[in-house]
Design a protein around this ligand. Structure first.
Ligand code: MEV
Length: 309
């Protein structure tokens, strides 16, 4: 039997700004999807046993996306026979945490192990990207790269259409975080569209926000490399304020951010699309993590405890 795993992801810095070609910093979460493969009778294809702890309705909703993803990877890796594929792990699939990329990475690793292909991370990443392309259209490559390598990434979209920049930042040890859930969902396309309109209607003011972010993300990279977590937290707070200025936060996200900071988080900001979804709070150490998670829960929101890096 071949085994593999892939990491989930979160955005530490740069949602929305990355759309305009500025650098962003996504990070691997300490939750993973695992995959086991074993050959069964049959010439090709697969039987899927999906034991991932998904929210109700998720697996049914994503059925076609996942079947395209799996078929593409089997084809790309030229698997010569039928497989039983068992997915598991502690990553709870939800939008914005790179669940399909984690699956793709875990499957490619499991196949490489089963058939003694000895693929390195770069080859696994290419296979996972192939799977993502079949499953979800035109991915940037952020999710599969984080799913394969873990750690932090400096990501920059190439607006001219060439390869995107993806540099890994390795840190000395993973950092505890809390993800607070607003319980609301927003459509990425709509929110991204509103930012575009705002940018066009107020070029001077919004241009300044973009300039500030450009400086901030450089400082964030050097703070992460130094493992200066106080500074990283401070920059997350600033990043949240810039996101408020481009109108992608909302009352619930702001409440979670304020609650996390009051409970001692080094920093807190919305993560992902905004106007709903999640807040990431930087809470080094188990004790602080628990304190912040409990404070968020006391306000009636769900909170999950994990690590980044
Ligand atoms: C959504 O998770 C991140 C956005 O920056 C959109 C994107 O990068 O495609 C809001």
């Amino acid at each position: 039997m071949g085994k593999g795993k892939g990491y989930g992801k979160t955005i530490l810095f740069g949602e929305h700004f990355v759309v305009y070609g500025l650098e962003g910093i996504p990070a691997a979460l300490g939750v993973t999807t695992t995959c086991e493969v074993k050959p069964i009778d049959g010439e090709n294809g697969y039987n899927l046993i999906d034991n991932r702890p998904a929210t109700p309705g998720y697996k049914e909703e994503k059925k076609f996306e996942y079947s395209a993803l799996i078929s593409r990877i089997l084809e790309y890796l030229q698997v010569p026979e039928k497989l039983e594929i068992t997915l598991g792990g502690d990553l709870v699939p939800a939008s914005g945490i790179g669940a399909s990329a984690a699956t793709a990475a875990s499957l490619a690793r499991a196949i490489s192990e089963e058939y003694k292909m000895n693929w390195n991370d770069e080859q696994i990443n290419k296979a996972a990207f192939e799977g993502e392309t079949a499953g979800s259209g035109t991915p940037s490559g952020i999710d599969n790269t984080v799913a394969v390598y873990g750690g932090f990434l400096v990501f920059q979209k190439n607006l001219a259409g060439g390869a995107n920049k993806m540099d890994l930042i390795k840190v000395k040890k993973p950092i505890e975080i809390v993800l607070g859930n607003s319980g609301l969902t927003a459509l990425t396309k709509e929110v991204v569209g509103d930012v575009k309109k705002l940018k066009e209607s107020e070029p001077a003011r919004i241009g300044k926000v973009f300039e500030e972010y450009t400086k901030l993300v450089k400082e964030a990279q050097s703070a992460l490399k130094r493992y200066d977590l106080k500074k990283v937290g401070e920059l997350m707070n600033k990043n949240h304020s810039l996101l408020q200025q481009i109108t992608v936060s909302c009352k619930e996200l702001d409440e979670i951010v304020d609650t996390a900071r009051s409970a001692g988080a080094y920093g807190a900001k919305l993560t992902g699309t905004g106007r709903g979804g999640l807040v990431i709070a930087l809470t080094p150490g188990k004790e602080l993590q628990e304190k912040v998670a409990k404070a968020i829960e006391a306000k009636g929101y769900k909170a999950s405890r994990t690590v980044i890096g």
